[in-house]
Design a protein. Structure first.
Length: 170
């Protein structure tokens, strides 16, 4: 066998990757994937609470705007206002009040794992706000405010929406 043939055969025997090189590359890819997936799950959980807060904030604003515009339901002569009412077990309603009669404008159930609670010594009952018609304000005591707390139970994260006596929503 000539030297040239020997070198040609020797160089062909060493083409490719070893098993250890492949395992190291796969391990690095798995670690990168798991890190990215964990970050995405945490981001997704945070966004779920942020989305619920935006929805509640928008619905409180809707109740306020309906009251300011005196949006009367059919058959209502004199509209008193719109309530934003927190119902236990993670839901709430927007209700209209027309004299002695009331009705539900909108009913919402929050996503699983997110609860809402009303906390206010300034309201009776403590879980609802009445937005009065034509910009007459709310049923919150003067210079007071009320808060609604949204809690993401499994992750111990909370967010607060505050409504002042003048109707400012924060």
């Amino acid at each position: 066998m000539s030297k040239e043939t020997f070198y040609l055969l020797k160089s062909n025997n060493f083409l490719g990757y070893t098993l250890i090189e492949i395992l190291v590359a796969i391990t690095i890819m798995v670690l990168l994937f798991l890190t990215g997936f964990a970050s995405y799950r945490e981001f997704s959980r945070r966004q779920e609470l942020v989305s619920a807060v935006r929805q509640v904030h928008g619905d409180i604003r809707q109740a306020q705007e309906n009251a300011i515009a005196s949006k009367k339901p059919a058959g209502c002569a004199v509209l008193d206002g719109f309530y934003f009412v927190v119902i236990p077990a993670g839901s709430y309603e927007i209700r209209w009040v027309c004299g002695a009669s009331t009705g539900i404008e909108k009913s919402v159930t929050l996503p699983a794992g997110i609860t809402i609670s009303g906390l206010s010594p300034n309201l009776t009952p403590s879980n609802s706000i009445l937005f009065k018609t034509l910009g007459q304000g709310t049923n919150i005591a003067a210079a007071g405010s009320t808060s609604f707390i949204l809690t993401q139970a499994n992750y111990a994260k909370t967010a607060t929406i505050t409504v002042t006596a003048g109707g400012e929503i924060r």
